[in-house]
Write a protein that binds this ligand. Structure first.
Ligand code: DC
Length: 211
């Protein structure tokens, strides 16, 4: 059985949390495609010239993901987050991550992929497409509340600026920019709890897929 749910959206919009919960609910496979861009960013030397990224380097980065000793929490820091957005405009990177994502989507048992271009480029024939967004101040406040326990120096204004910067890079790049697919359901979670957003998505998917 093949069934693909594409969840795209802005940075920190909650698409990852929703994607995981949807996959659990329907017992589908789940892929956070942002992690692929993050691992390529991590695997490049800090002084490397983004325009000279090779196919080999991208493929070696993917191998690192399967290394059990590799701790993926390393990929969530501020520096890697911004670099991931910067390298994601490179066509060699995008082209060489495409097959991995498509193979994942088409495996048996149903798949949920979250990212920026899943409904437009990676899986244009996805069975369900959702584009998640929320006011940037609300997204930043949610992130602030998550992180403040472990970091008393957090600055809300800086989080707003970082999210806006990343959204702008992702929206305005030449290849596969972040844009809702024409047939995507637009979900604004500004005034919704995770449970409320999840319920709405489950209703949409259930119209096409019977558990
Ligand atoms: O989803 P995320 O925040 O972990 O993604 C990190 C960056 O990776 C994001 O700013 C842009 C890039 N990305 C992308 O270009 N296409 C995707 N499908 C997923 C992520």
């Amino acid at each position: 059985m093949k069934f693909v749910v594409a969840i795209d959206g802005t940075a920190a919009s909650g698409k990852g949390t929703l994607g995981k919960k949807i996959a659990e609910h329907f017992d589908f496979h789940y892929l956070d495609t942002g992690i692929l861009y993050r691992i390529v960013a991590y695997n490049l030397k800090y002084n490397s010239d983004f325009s000279k990224i090779s196919k080999q380097k991208v493929q070696n980065s993917l191998k690192l993901l399967n290394n059990k000793n590799f701790n993926i929490t390393n990929l969530r820091n501020e520096q890697i987050t911004l670099r991931a957005s910067e390298i994601s405009k490179n066509k060699i990177v995008r082209d060489n991550l495409l097959l991995y994502q498509r193979n994942f989507a088409l495996q048996n048992g149903g798949a949920v992929l979250d990212g920026r271009d899943i409904g437009t480029v990676v899986c244009p024939d996805a069975d369900v497409k959702i584009f998640v967004d929320a006011d940037v101040k609300i997204r930043a406040k949610r992130r602030y509340d998550q992180l403040v326990k472990n970091n008393k120096d957090l600055n809300l204004k800086k989080i707003i600026d970082d999210l806006s910067k990343r959204d702008n890079l992702d929206k305005n790049r030449e290849f596969s920019p972040m844009v809702p697919a024409k047939d995507a359901f637009l979900l604004d979670t500004s005034n919704l709890t995770v449970e409320e957003a999840l319920k709405k998505i489950i209703v949409i998917i259930s119209k096409k897929f019977k558990k």
